[in-house]
Design a protein around this ligand. Structure first.
Ligand code: ADP
Ligand code: MG
Length: 363
């Protein structure tokens, strides 16, 4: 039995439907990340699971039990919000033990629990400080700790790292990944940040415009995105899209665009046989374009360098391929001049094809 199941879950605010019949199953001890651009319905979904928003249609099951009419406190969930929601007048220990004290648990048990969680989160030396005396990262850890002391079966996180600066985010992301190894609980985590999703999730659920686009392991979604939206959303730098047409010439099949004419091999031809139209969107990840001045024209694309961004060992180049923008990666020590034409070898097996009318993946 799945730990949590959403069945045709729909949300309307007045006449406006913002979530359209979501179906999702989450297994126990799984780290599920709901990811998508701002406004796609992630928080609404999470808040409905938590019982903070009413359900317009459909049902939520926890351990097989329909819960959509139950109060939040009857659902055995713990939630960590974006703004932490700490009590400013209470110290760290009091903040973390708030729920346990409400439940009138024995002092010994509370002290033990707070001690364990503080230890795990590196907060042992800060138990007597007030939130105002803590850094952003420490406050974040207290918010996390407050949820973890609660022994809930499921933890819900709504963009818990979004108020932190870039460096701290990276650090907290790593801490979360470690914490996740130690806490074998069901976790549902909401973020707009695809890197966070890719690094933390057992299973990613990509949402867009109130609908689930695709779900699966980070690897599966990265390798086989079901449509152009998922393909472009996951991955840094993002996938390039170029318009191409399928053309026959002599005994060969070619993918032809403004600045390229790629000869297809047998497996690629078989994939292209499934196309509904002879024009399509060709998707190529920057990491699948190999700089190779000696590449044969029939298996390469040419790119005019427009911008070069130095980012450490790699440079990201923004180029122009017959009027369409292309991003590629290069070793930083490769000499490149703006305006120069560079040749990149294409790996046929790594090409993605999308229908131009509905954006669905082909083959
Ligand atoms: P996300 O968390 O993915 O950024 P939300 O779940 O917060 O998105 O919002 C989804 C959609 O629902 C948005 O279009 C938002 O404007 C709308 N929405 C959220 N809360 C309300 C509300 N209380 N009243 C009306 N519309 C809302
Ligand atoms: Mg949100």
């Amino acid at each position: 039995m799945p730990k949590i199941k959403l069945e045709n879950l729909t949300k309307r605010y007045g006449k406006v439907e913002v979530l359209h019949s979501i179906n999702l199953e989450m297994e126990d001890a799984e780290f599920t990340v709901l990811v998508g651009p701002s406004g796609c319905g992630k928080s609404t979904t999470l808040r409905m699971i938590a019982g903070l928003e009413s359900v317009s249609e459909g049902e939520i099951y926890i351990d097989g039990r329909a819960v959509s009419r139950l109060e939040p406190k009857e659902r055995d969930l713990a939630m960590v919000f974006q703004d932490y929601a700490l009590y400013p007048h209470m110290n760290v220990a009091k903040n973390m033990s708030f729920a346990l004290r409400l439940q009138k648990r024995p002092k010994k048990e509370i002290d033990q629990k707070i001690g364990d969680v503080a230890e795990m989160l590196g907060l042992t030396d800060y138990l007597h400080r007030k939130p105002a005396e803590l850094s952003g990262g420490q406050r974040q850890r207290v918010a996390m700790g407050r949820a973890l002391t609660r022994d809930s079966s499921t933890f819900l996180f709504d963009e818990p790292l979004s108020n932190l600066d870039a460096k701290l985010r990276t650090q907290m992301r790593a801490e979360l990944a470690t914490l996740r190894q130690r806490v074998h609980k069901n976790m549902i985590y909401v973020t707009h940040d695809q890197i966070e999703a890719m690094t933390l999730a057992d299973r990613i659920v990509v949402m867009h415009a109130g609908k689930i686009q695709q779900q699966g392991t980070p690897e599966a979604l990265f390798k086989k995105p079901i449509n152009k939206f998922v393909a472009g959303f996951l991955g840094t730098p993002p996938m390039n899209f170029l318009q191409a047409s399928i053309e026959q010439e002599g005994d060969g099949t070619y993918l032809t665009g403004q600045n390229f004419k790629i000869r297809c091999d047998e497996p690629t031809m078989q994939r292209l046989n499934k196309a509904k139209s002879s024009t399509l969107d060709l998707g190529i990840r920057p990491s699948d374009l190999l700089y190779d001045p000696a590449a044969p024209v029939e298996s390469a694309i040419e790119v005019d360098v427009v911008v070069s961004e130095y980012v450490g060992a790699q440079s990201v180049l923004i180029g122009d391929c017959g009027g369409e923008k292309v991003m590629v990666e290069l070793k930083s020590d490769t000499p490149v001049k703006l305006g120069e034409k560079l040749k990149f070898k294409v790996d046929l097996a790594e090409l993605h094809f999308f229908d131009m009318s509905d954006g669905q993946s082909i083959g």
